[in-house]
Structure formats: structure tokens, C-alpha cells
Design a protein around this ligand. Structure first.
Ligand SMILES: C[S@@+](CC[C@H](N)C(=O)[O-])C[C@H]1O[C@@H](n2cnc3c(N)ncnc32)[C@H](O)[C@@H]1O
Length: 197
């Protein structure tokens, strides 16, 4: 449960540069039934780049917009997973789409390839595809890969995908994600045209 320290150490040993440790603070954590510890209400995310020299991408402006026009902090207050996200799944540690969508939009461009080698029910992949990114997932459990495929099939329905985009938390209103994705694709297209001419 507390393996974030070993992961951080291994990343440093392999030459990765740690950029931020993001704390996801669950606004509605489940209670601690043992009453012997503080309620577990946070999870940590290590944002790192492959080396000191490899540049990284950060969509500073979008993050600021999502935070009421103030710099986005490294503490994200977002709710734990909601029932509507579990339509196809019984994965015991499924993450919310809001957290993965924010991570993906902050650190990648449209069409980027995203790899999750511990994909579980593939929340990373669903968030990636809903945000027009490509995805590759790996898991040792075949049952979890079946869940992932069902989730993927679900969002191949355009209406379903649009509904999901409206429900993902962390945006100022229900159309903000859709609108941002349209603008993002348009500016990518313009950049490509400029490069071709
Ligand atoms: C925390 S869960 C991922 C949950 C996922 N983010 C989601 O939202 O559904 C970690 C996953 O890693 C898988 N896993 C653990 N060790 C693995 C290994 N050595 N190779 C591949 N998958 C592994 C487990 O089966 C589990 O589904």
C-alpha cells in the first residue's frame, strides 16, 4: 500500500527526473473501519520524465483554467470513483476517470501514445481514448483485460463517449472537456498545416 517510496527510489536509480509528487485528495474517502489509523484519503502520483535531458510537455494554461484561473497545485481534490464509472467492471482498485483525464491532458498532446503496464480495467485507456489519445495496456490477469475490452467497446458508441465526457469530474462545466478537445484538435491541425507548407 505504501510502495510509493520504493517506486520513487527506483525511478531515481534509473535516471528519471521527478517533476512533481501529486497528491490526489479524495473528497469522499471510505471510512476506516478499524479506527486504529487516520482515514486513508489520499493517493500519490509521481510525475517524472525519462531523464534530465528529455524535455517534458505541460499544458500550464489548461490546468490554470481548471483551477479558477490560478496555478494548478499539486494537491488535487477530486471524488473517489462514482457508480456510473463502474458500468462494465468489477476491478477492485479502479481509478476515477477525472484523475486520469487530468493527468493525460496536462502531460500529453492529441494522438500521443500512452502506455499503462498495470492497466487493470484500463481507466487510463478509457480516459486516453475519450481525450483523442492512443493507448496500449498490459495486465497479467485475463479477466481484467476482458473488462478493459468491454469498457473500450462501450465508448466506441459515439453517444456514450459524449455522455462520459460530460460526466468526468474536475471541469468547470459539463461541456468544458468536449470544447477543449475540439480546440486542441484544431490547433494541432493548424500546426500540421504550417509544418507542411
Ligand atoms: C492498481 S491496479 C490498476 C487499476 C487501474 N488503474 C484501473 O483503473 O482499473 C494494478 C493492476 O496491475 C496488475 N499487475 C500487477 N502486477 C503485474 C505484473 N507484474 N504484470 C502485469 N500486470 C500486473 C494487476 O493485475 C492489477 O490489475
Amino acid at each position: 500500500m505504501h510502495n510509493i517510496f520504493s517506486v520513487g527510489q527506483i525511478l531515481t536509480e534509473f535516471g528519471f527526473k521527478i517533476l512533481n509528487i501529486i497528491t490526489w485528495e479524495k473528497t469522499n474517502p471510505p471510512p476506516n473501519f478499524s479506527c486504529r489509523y487516520f482515514t486513508y484519503s489520499t493517493e500519490q502520483i509521481i510525475w517524472a520524465r525519462k531523464s534530465e535531458k528529455v524535455p517534458h510537455y505541460f499544458n500550464y494554461e489548461l490546468m490554470k483554467q481548471l483551477n479558477g484561473d490560478k496555478q494548478m497545485k499539486d494537491v488535487w481534490k477530486l471524488p473517489a470513483i462514482a457508480p456510473w464509472e463502474k458500468s462494465c467492471t468489477k476491478h477492485p482498485t479502479q481509478k476515477p476517470l477525472s484523475v486520469l483525464t487530468r493527468l493525460i491532458l496536462a502531460s500529453t498532446k492529441p494522438n500521443a501514445w500512452i502506455l499503462d503496464p498495470f492497466t487493470g480495467s484500463s481507466t487510463t485507456g478509457i480516459a486516453a481514448n475519450l481525450a483523442n489519445r492512443r493507448f496500449l495496456g498490459i495486465d497479467q490477469e485475463e479477466d481484467f483485460l476482458k473488462i478493459s475490452k468491454n469498457r473500450k467497446l462501450e465508448i466506441e458508441n459515439i453517444k456514450m463517449a459524449a455522455k462520459y465526457r460530460q460526466k468526468i469530474g474536475g471541469f468547470n462545466d459539463k461541456n468544458q472537456l468536449e470544447l477543449f478537445l475540439v480546440q486542441e484538435s484544431f490547433s494541432e491541425y493548424q500546426t500540421e498545416l504550417k509544418l507542411q507548407n
